[in-house]
Design a binder for this molecule. Structure first.
Ligand code: BGC
Length: 252
């Protein structure tokens, strides 16, 4: 049991995944444990699954260490303020308090995209990149994490920009591709509209694209014509877990 191993847990729409993270290396220190997200996914039901994941790693993680947990919504000082794709009962839930009480441990809750971004900026595609780095996750929604010289500006929520009269994520998230059965070419046109709007507002130095579909980035990133370099995330599905652990350890 190494003391720099911190448990990171990533709450997603289909699965809740956790693993101890070796923060010296920015890698999982054991195979991740995944449990299906309970139907409805109320805070209480999710807390129960989170507890099972913590128990699963009881022998591997020092119980005096903090735990980092991601939630796919705005987290303002530990409280969920907005959540587009999870049960509405999360709104105004003090998630830090809920998990801390349930687990009897110090817990820090962070937006899922902010966590993935922290992992990429410290260990992955954004490592040592100076200036403005934007990570977006393409999944059920579009998550965003914005950094200046490696420092996060939290809760940017750029998936909810209104573009052409639509909430952007409803048109350009990978769930829209699935729902509307779009080809990569058709979906890339939506992404082009989205990313050209975003780069015109922020002038980033680098855009990193995460989310499950980033595994297939060769099918859509080469189709985009942007002035900003745009690359797939390095840490893929593990970024949320790694970033959650990083956040818990570095929480000030
Ligand atoms: C939520 C964000 C979240 C993103 C990805 C959006 O709908 O508003 O908070 O980061 O989905 O899960």
């Amino acid at each position: 049991m190494a003391s720099n191993h911190i448990l990171g847990i990533d709450i997603g729409g289909s699965g809740i995944k956790g693993a101890p993270v070796d923060l010296a290396k920015g890698q999982l220190a054991a195979d991740r444990h995944k449990i299906e997200t309970p139907k409805g996914a109320t805070p209480e039901d999710v807390a129960e699954v989170v507890e099972q994941i913590v128990e699963h790693f009881a022998d591997e993680v020092d119980k005096n260490t903090p735990i980092g947990i991601t939630v796919p919504g705005v987290i303002h000082h530990g409280v969920v303020k907005f959540a587009a794709n999870i049960d509405k009962s999360w709104i105004e839930t003090d998630a830090d308090k809920l998990f801390t009480e349930r687990l009897g441990r110090e817990v820090h809750v962070v937006n899922d995209a902010d966590a993935a971004g922290m992992a990429e900026v410290h260990y992955g595609a954004g490592k040592d990149v100076k200036g403005v780095v934007l990570l977006t996750t393409l999944g059920t929604g579009i998550g965003s994490a914005l950094f200046l010289d490696g420092k996060l500006l939290p809760n940017t929520e750029l998936g909810h920009l209104e573009i052409d009269g639509h909430d952007a994520e409803t048109r350009a998230a990978s769930s829209a591709k699935e729902r509307e059965d779009l080809s990569y070419k058709e979906w890339a046109e939506r992404l082009q509209r989205y990313y050209s709007h975003v780069e015109a507002l922020l002038w980033p130095d680098l855009i990193i694209v995460g989310g499950g579909i980033s595994r297939k980035s060769d099918k859509f990133l080469p189709r985009l014509d942007l002035r900003t370099p745009i690359v797939p995330a390095d840490l893929r599905n593990e970024a949320g877990i790694i970033g959650a652990a990083w956040y818990a350890k570095n929480f000030a």
